[in-house]
Design a protein around this ligand. Structure first.
Ligand code: ZN
Length: 226
């Protein structure tokens, strides 16, 4: 036995179903999560403006890199895509709860700088060949970082920057427990913030959103050449 005739009962059930979904969706609007991300035109930002506590030392603006000379001009800015800089801020905030922080060695790398680096090294294991897509640094989605203490001093890590040797792998095979702990602290914070690690370079991290980016239009980041 029912309180509703068959036809009315069907109508009531249909109304209940509509009420259940009505607050969450309309015919014209899809939920935000269903839209594919398109970050190809996401703006570049200065990391110093997004997270001033991160130490910045662009090694390619100095002679302390694998080429032995500066590639960037001395006034080069440290730039990343906005969402990537925000991920880095998240990692920095986690690290600060352990009284340590990030130092950036390289971030956005203009295509012309990638060409100079490739011409100097010509080893695709360590440097992306421009003709084969170059580097995710030129997408503004890759960043090279190390760990510093509360006073901004670099902490012991497996190798120096641009050490293109097996010792630079993301899995530490040395015997120093301090280095092992420091590397793990850095990797945990970066992975929690949404970065991937790289097998051959412990200092290199890439935003997990990288497939949604493309190489930077030079108009987005008109960096001066030396
Ligand atoms: Zn890198």
């Amino acid at each position: 036995m029912s309180f509703f005739p068959e036809k009315n009962r069907r109508l009531t059930l249909a109304m209940l179903a509509w009420l259940a979904v009505a607050p969450f969706a309309t015919a014209k609007e899809k939920p935000a999560a269903a839209r594919p991300l398109d970050l190809r035109a996401e703006p570049m930002v200065e990391v110093a403006a997004v997270c001033p506590s991160i130490v910045i030392e662009l090694r390619y603006a100095t002679a302390r890199n694998v080429t032995g000379g500066p590639i960037y001009p001395p006034n080069a800015r440290c730039l990343l895509r906005r969402s990537v800089a925000l991920r880095l801020k998240k990692a920095q905030e986690e690290l600060q709860t352990h009284n340590v922080g990030l130092k950036i060695w390289d971030a956005y790398r203009p295509a012309w700088a990638q060409q100079i680096l490739w011409d100097a090294i010509k080893n695709p294991e360590y440097v992306g060949e421009p003709a084969r897509g170059g580097s995710l640094h030129t997408f503004g989605a890759g960043v090279d970082v190390t760990l510093v203490d509360a006073k901004g001093r670099e902490m012991p890590m497996p190798t120096d920057f641009d050490d293109f040797s097996p010792a630079a792998g993301r899995i530490y095979r040395g015997k120093d427990p301090v280095v092992a702990a420091n590397l793990l602290t850095l990797q945990r914070a970066m992975v929690h913030a949404g970065f991937w690690t790289l097998r051959d370079e412990w200092w290199h991290f890439v935003s997990e959103d990288v497939k949604n980016f493309a190489a930077i239009d030079s108009a987005l980041a008109p960096e001066p050449k030396p």
